[in-house]
Design a protein around this ligand. Structure first.
Ligand code: AMP
Length: 357
């Protein structure tokens, strides 16, 4: 699909897309919108910047136009993201009688109560504030027909599971659920297994390929020998190393193991406070720690100019994250190396990564 016209969207929506200068759907939009329009549940593996907001907003708006009794709920982990989503929805529904309300923390309740009085058809919320409204019975989710969970991995990483469970209890069982996540760690997959019905999975990351100047290597190992393999690879290398692990617990474990071997190491993941993360990054940047161990989520957006090696202790779960990870070395033509530790259990995932990159 290389044209929005093929989707049979309402003329008001098409007009909005035109005014937003969206003429060609992005890969995630091309894959997710038809599935969303069918009303099916969906797991979208995509990060911010891929056009995922419109990928879920277009089907949601279309369903709400066709079903006047239904409402939509979008949950996002941060206030900033929630606010951005509302902006996109307002642009898309510019010529439509649909109102969206933003329910986020840090804002007085009064203005949100007034927004709720105006009967919004779409609620965009962060989990904590939505739970506050539910507890005070200032919002009802009984008419939600389309539910979107955006950046699910970050949501769980930030510890929102309890709030999420509370919210899910208020949602009708009969609904469409679309889950978007940049990575698909086990906790996200088990959330999906519990709350999505027969979901279609779509993948779309940045279309970029690894930069030429990065040397890519693979070392075959086993689960039992992985730590030894990592230690010897670090020993054999000079310069800074960014190590990616799959989970927070694994990140902690790898960092501890390397520290016990006498390396200067720090770590970043979602359970560390903002100031701990900042300190770790600063220390890495200044060369106080030669090694930084990180989860994908925590590492997103970090800009450390001097990384010489990226080691994939665990492979990324989304093949598209691979490019993202290894793109952290070899910046600005500086050269760099990327190594993947691959166990027999990883082979299929590794093939998938190779195929895509
Ligand atoms: P998102 O990942 O939803 O935050 O979108 C990333 C950026 O891409 C935003 O600035 C959008 O306005 C823009 N965008 C999304 N979809 C399209 C499209 N089909 N054509 C052009 N720009 C787009």
């Amino acid at each position: 699909m290389n044209d929005f016209k093929a989707l049979n969207l309402s003329s008001d929506l098409m007009r909005a897309l035109e005014s937003m200068k969206y003429s060609v759907p992005t890969p995630i939009q091309a894959q997710a919108i038809p599935v969303g329009l069918e009303g099916r549940d969906l797991i979208g593996c995509a990060q911010t910047g891929t056009g995922k907001t419109a990928a879920f907003a277009i089907p949601m708006i279309t369903t709400l136009i066709n079903h006047p009794g239904k409402t939509g709920l979008i949950l996002a982990p941060t206030r900033e993201l929630a606010a951005q989503i509302v902006t996109v929805i307002e642009e898309l529904s510019r010529w439509l009688p649909l109102r969206a309300a933003l329910l986020i923390g840090g804002v007085p309740m009064g203005s949100q109560l007034r927004a709720l009085d105006r009967r919004p058809r779409i609620l965009v919320a962060t989990p904590g504030r939505l739970v506050d409204h539910l507890q005070q019975r200032t919002v009802s989710l009984s008419s939600v027909g389309v539910f979107v969970l955006d950046e699910a991995d970050r949501m769980l990483d930030m510890g929102f599971q309890p709030q999420l469970n509370q919210i899910l209890r208020h949602l009708p069982a009969q609904r469409q659920t679309m889950l978007f996540s940049a990575t698909l760690p086990p906790d996200v997959m088990s959330l999906a297994a519990k709350h999505l019905q027969d979901p279609v999975r779509v993948n779309a990351g940045p279309a970029s390929k690894p930069v030429e100047c990065i040397t890519q290597e693979v070392r075959r190992t086993t689960h039992a020998d992985k730590n030894k393999a990592l230690a010897s690879e670090i020993q054999a290398r000079r310069g800074s190393v960014l190590v990616f692990a799959r989970t927070k617990a694994r990140t902690d474990r790898v960092a501890r193991m390397l520290r016990n071997l006498g390396h200067d190491v720090d770590r970043i993941h979602g359970d560390r406070t903002q100031s701990q993360r900042t300190q770790a990054l600063e220390g890495f940047r200044q060369g106080r720690f030669r090694i930084l161990v990180a989860t994908d989520i925590a590492a997103r957006g970090i800009d450390v100019p001097h990384i010489e090696h990226v080691i994939n202790y665990d492979l990324p779960q989304c093949p598209d994250d691979y490019v993202h990870r290894i793109g952290r070395t070899g910046r600005a033509g500086a050269g760099g190396s990327a190594l993947a530790l691959v166990t027999p259990e990883d082979e299929q995932q590794w093939r998938e990564i190779r195929r895509k990159n």
